[in-house]
Design a protein around this ligand. Sequence first.
Ligand code: PGA
Length: 253
Amino acid sequence: MKKVIVGGNWKMNKNVQEAQTLARQLCDRLSDVNFADIFICPPFVDLYPINIILREKESKIMLGAQNMHYEPKGAFTGEISADMIKSAGGKIVVLGHSERRHIFGEDDEYINKKVASALKNELIPLLCIGELLEERKAGKTEEVIESQLRGSLNGIEIDDPEKILIAYEPVWAIGTGITATPEQAQEAQKFVRKVLADMFGQSIADGIRILYGGSVKPDNAEALISQPEVDGLFVGGASLDAESFEKIVRATK
Ligand code: PGA
C-alpha cells in the first residue's frame, strides 16, 4: 500500500519571516501525522531558514523547491542548481509546473534535462503535467498527457518508483477554484499510469505516486483522495494558510 503524500506549493508567496511563521505553525499542527508524507515547496530564499526550523522541531515534513536549472553550476544568472537545493535541505523539486510551461515557456525537452539532473543528484522530481481547457474541450486530454510524459521522461530510467513523483494538474483547475471532479481526476490519472506502465513496466508504474493538483481545498480533498488512482494531493492557494493545509492533510486519513 502506497503512503498518501500531500504537498504545498507556495509559489511566489511568503517572505522569509512569513515563511518561518507558517513553517512553525505547520510543524506544530502536523507533528502527530504519520498516515501521510507531507512536503512544502516555498520560494528558494525560504528553503534554508525553513530547514533549520524543521530540524529544530524534529519535523517529518519534507522540503521541496519549485524549480531548478539542469546544469550543476556556471554562468546562468538567476538560476539555482540541484546541489544548491540539496544543500539548503531540499529533497524534492517541482519540475514542469504549468506556470513554468505557460508563463516561462518551458517545453518537454527542457524539462526532460531537469528531470535527468534531479535524478542524478538524488533529488525527487515532482513532474507536473496537465492539459489546457481548450485541449480538454477538443478531446485531446490523453494525447497531451501522453506527449508531456513521454517528452519529459524521454531516456529516463527508473529502477525505484519512490525516486519520482508525478502530479496531474489540469491547467484549467489551477488557481481558478474549478476543481476536476474526482471522476475526472481518476480517469486522467488512470491514463497517466497506463503510459507509465508502457514506459517503465507495470510494477514500477504501480509504485509511482501520482498526485492530483488544481484547486484542492479542505472540502474537496477527501473525495479526490478516495479515488484509487489518486495517491496524493498537490495544493497551491490552500497551502498558504496553516489551518486549511492541516485540514487537507487530515482529510486524506
Ligand atoms: P491551486 O494550485 O491549488 O492554487 O489551484 C495548484 C498548483 O498550481 O500546484
